[in-house]
Design a protein. Structure first.
Length: 178
């Protein structure tokens, strides 16, 4: 793992196209066999980039988008902010998404991005960080467990093209004594 070559920085509007490529590639790779292939095949990078630009330009600053650069190229993206319990935002933090260019798995990019998100959430005073992961995504679940997250027993139904794809919630304490 060569973390010296990985640089984490805030995402800019100019990064939206590359982040969309990484996100769509990540979905197609990570969720193959878990989500209907017809849905994965229908993902569109240009549409996703447009959605990223909309979220980015309309944000209130509570959602933090980070990119990881390796050898001068964006290789990963993570997004975190307040935990959403329905429409209510809580005091906890939530990792909304983390995706790595599928061609760069195993290079430490995901670990470095996740650690920076955790650090920023701890610095912002959040006692816990939560995230949702597809129940059947064993690789992602192992990744989060290695980073100190634990399934807390909460599950949510998630439906994609008429297929139930349940999610499980993971949590990690960020402050000592919590």
């Amino acid at each position: 793992m060569d973390d010296e070559r990985i640089r984490i920085r805030p995402m800019t509007l100019a990064d939206c196209d590359r982040v969309a490529e990484i996100r769509v590639g990540g979905w197609r790779n990570a969720y193959r066999g878990l989500i209907p292939q017809s849905y994965l095949d229908g993902l569109d990078v240009a549409r996703d980039a447009e959605r990223r630009r909309g979220h980015f330009s309309q944000g209130d600053g509570s959602v933090v988008d980070l990119v990881a650069e390796q050898d001068g190229e964006i290789a990963g993206w993570a997004c975190h902010g307040p935990y959403r319990d329905g429409e209510v935002r809580t005091e906890d933090a939530e990792l909304y998404a983390i995706y790595i260019d599928p061609g760069r798995y195993g290079a430490g990019i995901g670990h470095t991005l996740l650690q920076e998100s955790v650090r920023r959430c701890r610095s912002a005073g959040h006692a816990r960080m939560l995230l949702w992961v597809l129940k059947g995504n064993t690789g992602a679940r192992r990744f989060y467990e290695r980073a100190g997250f634990r399934a807390d027993g909460a599950e949510e139904p998630f439906e994609v093209d008429g297929v139930e794809v349940p999610e499980v919630r993971y949590a990690r304490e960020l402050m000592p004594g919590h």
